[in-house]
Structure formats: C-alpha cells, structure tokens
Ligand binder design. Structure first.
Ligand code: SF4
Length: 404
C-alpha cells in the first residue's frame, strides 16, 4: 500500500491518536515534546552561561547481548558489565536537575538488564527511548512499556532476511524483528525503527517501499544512521561512499514531505549543514562501566562517574571532553571517526585516553582504520523542505545523537 499524502504531519498525528494508547500518547506529547522543547531551551541557556552539562545523556546500561552484529561497538563479556540501578537512578536524578528529561537507553541489548523497567518506573516525568534489537521484545515486555507510557522502543532494522541474518549474526532475525514490530503495534506503543544504512542495505532501506512497509506495520518513526565500521568486526566494505550519503540525505528530506511517519537523523541542521552532536556538547555517552565517552562509537575514556562526586562535577571538570569537543569541531563539522581517524588517534594519544571498549584493541583498530566519507560534504548541502522539520531543527534540533 502507498501511504503518500500531501499532509504527512497531520496524517501522522491522526495515526498516533488512533494507533496508540492514551497514556503513551500523553507521555509522548508532554514528557517528550513539551518538556523536551523546554530541555533544549534550558540547554542553550546553560551553554551560554558556560555550563558544560549536555542536553541529553545516552546510556549503555549493559554490555550483554544475544546477537553479534557486524559494525557494533559493543562486546559482551562473561560476567556481563552493567550499570547498577543505583547508578542509573543517580545519573537520571542529576540530569533531571539540569532540566533534561530525555534519555537514550542502549546496550548491548537493554532488555537484558533486570532493573530496566524499575528504573523507568521510578522516573514517570522523564521519557526513555530504548534502542533494542527486538528479539526479546515480547508481549510481556511491551505490556510493561504500555503501562509505563514514558518509553518508546526503537527496533534495529538492517534489511531483508538475508542481510538481517548476515549483519546481525543470528538466525531468523528478520522474522523476529517483524514480530517485535507487531508486538509493539498490538500493545498500542509509540515505536520506531533504527536503520544503520550501509552498502548491502541502502537499496532496500532508502526506498519508498521500506517506508510504506514500516507505516503498514504501525511504525511511527524511522531513524536513519550512517554505518560506522567500528567494533570487533568493523566490516569496512559496508561503509557508504559520498554519493550514497547524498542519496540518503536527499531521500530523508523528500520522505518528510510525503509520508505520515517521523523521519529522524542526527547529522544535519535545517540548512543541510553537517553537525556532530558530540562536538556541540548536545550529547555524550556513559558506557556500562561508568566511563564517559564523547559518543558511543568512539570508545575512549578519561573520566568515570565513580571518580566524581556527581555527574555535573564530571562534566564541569572534564578537560578531556572539553578538549575533545574543541578538537572535533576543528577537525570537521561531520564525523571525526569516519573522516579523521589519524587525527583522532593523535588526539587520543596526546590525551593519554584509555580504551573503553572492553576489548583492549580499540587503539589497534583505530590505527588500522582508513578515512571514510562522512555527512560533512561542503557545497552539497540539501536544506530541509518540510516546514516542521525546518522549525524543529532550527529551534530544538532533535538529533539526540544516540548512535551518533
Ligand atoms: S559518531 Fe561521529 S557524528 Fe556522531 S557524535 Fe560521534 S563523532 Fe559525532
């Protein structure tokens, strides 16, 4: 079915009001949209006053996972490394005090953390986006999310049957992912899919067919990411070239004017200029060991939450993050791990940064990494065409930087 419409936003709101439970819709409108816009505004005020606490925190709560995806930065260990519920509640409480109430929850597979739903239940005034592979998202988990209301699952979607199994290192992953979408839909959740666009799925995922299929499955937003060849199995052959990235950008801008579904990116502003959420201090990442990283794919640390009296003290005093933001802003408007791996290596060495990956091989991998095109393509900017996305990006910029 073709869901194209001349009024995509109005049609999307109609979908949300018809397809989701009232509690989920209320929490989305109030905790995420209304309070989220206040958070973005208070962040700008804080930044103008020299306060370095980011607008949003992205937290990897565990390194446990039941899959082993190519290009994933996470490495499971036995026993697993998890942030305790006390640490999570403390991070959330300090961040709330700064006026920020939105949290990106990653893993590994966050649904494997036994304390996840207790933590979410403890903060009904916040909004949580769970990045999940969907294979553990059954009706019981969805029912908990439905009753909480302040949580939206975002399910990784990497392509058709063959690509999904190949990329995710599992069996029947495509079928399990599709089932997770149906579980979310029948439980009246607000939910999305996350796609890490690469060479072997760009034709499938950057297409009207994919968008229509997601709308047909009840998906409310699609978050498009550019594949980064990182982790234990970086698969550099999957990285996109400049034309692929321009094709992706052009499709995103166009799809926003035609389809009743949210289309999200964390790379470009309203004029199509590249930006990096980490370099702008909009978001930073806390790994399962409590290490604070510039962003999830760049697994190098100097600061740990355990070494500071509070999270605000950490962000206030972290010279590493301060210099990292400066270095990244000078190096490129785009993505330093794609576009400037050698400079990144020299910077990290000069900072005596430590390998936060848990593999002990992150420096070696970075040393072997080559330059790849990123989303900073000067002279080929593609501005937003839909008024709402222009307004949102100009005013609030909802690139929370999850995967970065
Ligand atoms: S992945 Fe790249 S663009 Fe994203 S936050 Fe990290 S450095 Fe910036």
């Amino acid at each position: 079915m073709n869901y194209e419409t001349r009024f995509p936003l109005f049609r999307l709101f109609i979908r949300l009001s018809r397809e989701t439970r009232t509690r989920a819709l209320w929490k989305f409108l109030f905790n995420f949209l209304f309070r989220g816009s206040l958070s973005a505004r208070s962040f700008k005020k804080r930044q103008a006053a020299g306060d370095k606490f980011p607008a949003f925190i992205v937290i990897s709560i565990t390194n446990e996972c039941n899959l082993s995806c190519r290009g994933c930065w996470n490495t499971p260990t036995r026993p697993p490394v998890r942030l305790s519920t006390d640490d999570l509640n403390s991070i959330i409480m300090r961040t709330k005090k700064k006026g920020s109430l939105f949290f990106g929850i990653l893993g590994g597979e966050p649904l494997m953390h036994p304390g996840l739903f207790d933590v979410i239940a403890s903060h009904p005034d916040c909004y949580f986006q769970i990045f999940t592979n969907g294979t553990m998202l059954d009706d019981a988990a969805a029912a908990k999310m439905r009753d909480l209301g302040n949580v939206t699952p975002m399910i990784s979607f990497e392509g058709d049957e063959r690509v999904a199994d190949e990329r995710r290192g599992g069996i029947d992953i495509y079928a399990k992912t599709m089932e997770a979408l149906r579980v979310c839909s029948r439980n009246g959740l607000i939910f999305g899919t996350a796609t890490s666009v690469c060479k072997n799925n760009i034709d499938a995922l950057v297409s009207d067919d994919f968008v229509n299929r997601m709308i047909g499955e009840g998906v409310h937003y699609i978050w498009y990411y550019i594949y980064r060849p990182v982790g234990a199995d970086p698969a550099p052959e999957l990285a996109l070239n400049e034309d692929d990235i321009l094709r992706l950008r052009s499709f995103i801008v166009d799809a926003r004017t035609r389809f009743p579904i949210g289309v999200v990116d964390a790379y470009w502003d309203h004029e199509g200029r590249a930006l990096c959420p980490g370099a702008l201090g909009i978001s930073h990442h806390i790994n399962p060991s409590g290490g604070v990283e510039f962003c999830p794919p760049i697994q190098f640390v100097r600061d740990n939450i355990a070494d500071f009296a509070s999270l605000d003290e950490l962000f206030e005093k972290s010279e590493f993050l301060d210099r990292f933001r400066g270095f990244a802003s000078d190096a490129t408007s785009g993505c330093v791990i794609l576009e400037c791996p050698e400079e990144l290596m020299s910077f990290l060495e000069s900072e005596n940064a430590s390998d936060g990956s848990g593999r002990g091989s992150a420096f070696e991998a970075l040393a072997q990494s080559r330059r790849f095109p990123g989303h900073h393509i000067p002279g080929k900017e593609i501005p937003e065409r839909h008024w709402f996305y222009r307004f949102a990006k100009k005013r609030f910029f909802f690139g929370f930087g999850g995967y970065g």
